[in-house]
Unconditional design. Structure first.
Ligand SMILES: [Zn+2]
Length: 274
């Protein structure tokens, strides 16, 4: 586990966080949006760039989904006994990561009814482990399986995987089952995409953390909220393409900033002394 990054809470920044907490408390329907940056403090490096998983271990094929459709049995054999360096590194990194203060803050905001739902681009399961329930995992969850026909998700222990008879089939509809993680070339599952569009259409506030939200479909969500007169609060260590558009941008590590945001929200709600 990485130690939390240094964080200099100046009075100016704290006043901005307090302002963000006010926006959050005034909102009727706030939606969270998170990406890889939020899980860096849990020891999951970004995929690309310096120290990135793909940079060090090579990238998964860009037509991963098409390969699966062509040869599901072959791709399942690779899944059961991974040999590619990137697949082994990904499995080990995700398998040992634990939620950090940022994940816990999102779960607590939901518990306090300050967050209606949480859209994440992460597949690492850490929001779920931290206690978020209204969770929309647009790129799937590496710990689950999904039927390609009826889109039902399964815990792997509930699906009989016979190495002699691959791929496994859905007990509900007989469709082919694959990992829930959305691969390169694979469309976002229609059910989760519809739920995202529904909650974003109702949102008058969006709390974005650890993502520059430049990739479809996530890129459209904050823009949609802004276009309808809502506010967007960004939490990011580095300025992003969203920074000039956001109503408020809080620079710094997600864990510490979100913890402080939670503190101010609670203070506004009168639960603790400010
Ligand atoms: Zn099915």
């Amino acid at each position: 586990m990485n130690s939390p990054p240094e964080f200099n809470l100046t009075p100016e920044l704290d006043a901005e966080i307090r302002r963000a907490a006010e926006l959050l408390c005034e909102a009727r329907h706030c939606v969270g949006l998170t990406g890889a940056g939020l899980s860096v403090e849990s020891g999951i490096p970004p995929f690309r760039g310096k120290g990135g998983l793909w940079t060090k271990h090579g990238e998964p094929p860009l037509d991963g989904y098409q390969r699966f459709l062509r040869d599901p049995a072959g791709e399942w054999r690779k899944r059961l006994a991974p040999t590619e360096s990137w697949a082994i590194a990904l499995h080990e990194t995700l398998g040992s990561a634990k939620p950090n203060a940022g994940h816990r803050a999102f779960a607590e905001l939901e518990r306090r009814s300050l967050l209606a739902s949480l859209i994440t681009q992460n597949v690492d399961d850490l929001h779920g482990q931290a206690g978020s329930h209204q969770l929309l995992e647009i790129h799937g969850n590496f710990r689950r399986l999904r039927c390609l026909e009826c889109v039902t998700r399964f815990d792997p222990k509930d699906i009989a995987v016979d190495p002699e008879n691959l791929p496994p089939h859905c007990p509900e509809c007989g469709g082919v089952v694959k990992g829930d993680t959305v691969q390169f070339g694979e469309p976002i599952p229609r059910d989760v995409l519809e739920c995202c569009q529904e909650t974003v259409a109702r949102a008058d506030c969006m709390l974005v953390a650890g993502t520059s939200a430049t990739v479809f479909p996530a890129a459209e969500f904050p823009i949609d909220v802004l276009r309808r007169g809502g506010c967007v609060i960004e939490v990011n260590p580095e300025p992003s393409e969203l920074t000039p558009l956001a109503t408020l941008s809080l620079p710094g590590p997600g864990g510490a900033l979100l913890e402080r945001l939670l503190h101010h929200s609670a203070a506004i709600a009168g639960e603790v002394a400010s």
